[in-house]
Ligand binder design. Structure first.
Ligand code: SF4
Length: 443
């Protein structure tokens, strides 16, 4: 069954807004005590009292129970706007609710549809973050997820005059994202390990560790030890920026030798100096070298490149995809695979901020790349579909997403943000992106 058939015959047959991620998937940030069902809806708070007696409340929050109830009745939870926007594009567009549901057995979807909304549900897939310690400060990230971003704000003060940053991502250190200091007792981490040891390790098909940079957290290595000492078929995934010290990369490669199903996820979406500009802290040669070290020495079942599609990466995305294809041709079709996730926040860094002319130019470049590679046996159907979806997005979606400011405001914020970013980070926008210089200077 292809994705569209799956949407129509399986998901929409349950309800037109049904998504299994609301039941079986979670991202949980233990540093801030927050959770969400996938990357798209905003995070919300976990009840700190409830987890003392019921660690499953780390996932089964009141908000998720309300969203589940809406989905069972065919209503669209507001937090899932990303999916509704894609589906409303027409052309039988397929949103992430298909990809996020497809991974579970169809019987499990039918079970979820019948579960009373107040009941707790056991997780099948979980992404967890222990803290926000990170050596990178990417332009589309913020202090909530990176301690290096915190240092930028503490050292240089808030970013000023950004009109569309209604949530104030760049104006303060987000102290609520790290409720407990290094070495301090964190009840959310305690609840996680209690749940892990009692039954979470039995119900999970997949555990994914994210950050910050998880290789900089001691709790990550505590879990890696568990895997060393326990035989399990669970898929273990790690999100790493692959910019950590050699010693930590070596420890990860060593840990992979003890695992049956180790999957590594890393993020990048642009080439060389473009990547170093967008993902501040990344050194292209070191990163590319680490990709090859892991591919050569790790015992890895899967290697995945997560591309966050923002306004700046489009200038070298086709070259980056070519680089990914070259690794695939050398190491195999799955080494790495890639996904293209269109950035929504911060909205002034979205591809929709670009002029029609630039967007059209990038659309044609990506179409040319796709035409040249579409029959390459190393390209997965899902990768081809995601690239086509991005091309359609650049072609059709002209207005910013619901709730975002209008394009002229976003463009002004784009200019203001990168002017300050250049000063704080010792970078130079127009030198790094000469093809965007005329448009940028005219903003
Ligand atoms: S945003 Fe989409 S994929 Fe995520 S939980 Fe909502 S419907 Fe599912």
């Amino acid at each position: 069954m292809n994705d569209l058939e799956y949407k129509k015959k399986v998901l929409d047959a349950i309800s037109p807004s049904f998504c299994a991620a609301k039941w079986y998937n979670a991202t949980i940030w233990l540093g801030s005590g927050q959770t969400t069902s996938c990357h798209h809806p905003p995070a919300h708070a976990i009840d700190a009292t409830a987890i003392k007696t019921n660690p499953k409340a780390l996932h089964n929050t009141i908000q998720k129970k309300l969203d589940r109830s809406q989905m069972q009745r065919g209503l669209r939870p507001a937090g899932c706007e990303y999916c509704w926007k894609i589906e409303d594009m027409g052309r039988d567009a397929v949103s992430d609710r298909v990809y996020k549901s497809k991974i579970y057995p169809i019987e499990a979807l039918h079970e979820a549809a019948e579960i009373p909304p107040d009941d707790d549900v056991d997780l099948k897939t979980l992404e967890i973050s222990f803290d926000r310690t990170c050596n990178f400060a990417c332009s589309y990230c913020n202090p909530a997820f990176s301690s290096t971003w915190v240092n930028d704000i503490k050292r240089n003060g808030p970013y000023t005059d950004l009109k569309s940053d209604g949530r104030n991502h760049f104006t303060h250190a987000h102290n609520s994202s790290q409720l407990y200091s290094f070495g301090e007792h964190n009840p959310y981490v305690d609840a996680f390990f209690t749940w892990w040891e009692s039954d979470l390790h039995k119900t999970l098909d997949e555990l994914r560790i994210t950050g910050g940079e998880p290789l900089m957290s001691g709790e990550t290595f505590r879990l890696l030890e568990w895997f060393k000492n326990n035989d399990t078929d669970m898929r273990f995934a790690l999100n790493s920026n692959l910019g950590a010290k050699d010693e930590l990369i070596d420890r990860m490669i060593d840990a992979s030798q003890h695992m049956k199903h180790f999957h590594l996820y890393t993020s990048n979406e642009a080439m060389g100096p473009h990547a170093e500009y967008i993902r501040d802290g990344l050194v292209w040669d070191d990163w590319a070298n680490n990709v090859e070290r892991v591919l050569t020495n790790g015992r890895i079942e899967g290697f995945h490149m997560m591309c966050t599609i923002n306004a700046l990466c489009l200038d070298s995305l086709d070259q980056f995809l070519e680089c990914v294809m070259n690794w695939k041709r050398e190491y195999g079709k799955d080494y790495p695979t890639f996904t293209l996730n269109i950035l929504r926040f911060p909205s002034f860094q979205s591809p929709l901020v670009l002029s029609d002319e630039l967007r059209t130019q990038y659309k044609f470049r990506l179409q040319a790349w796709l035409d040249a590679n579409t029959n390459d046996e190393c390209l997965h159907d899902m990768e081809r579909d995601q690239l086509q979806r991005l091309i359609d997005y650049l072609d059709i979606v002209k207005t910013p997403h619901m709730g975002a400011a209008e394009q002229s405001v976003l463009q002004q914020d784009f200019k203001k943000f990168y002017t300050q970013y250049d000063q704080r980070r010792g970078k130079n926008f127009t030198k790094t992106f000469p093809a965007l210089a005329e448009w940028y200077n005219g903003l």
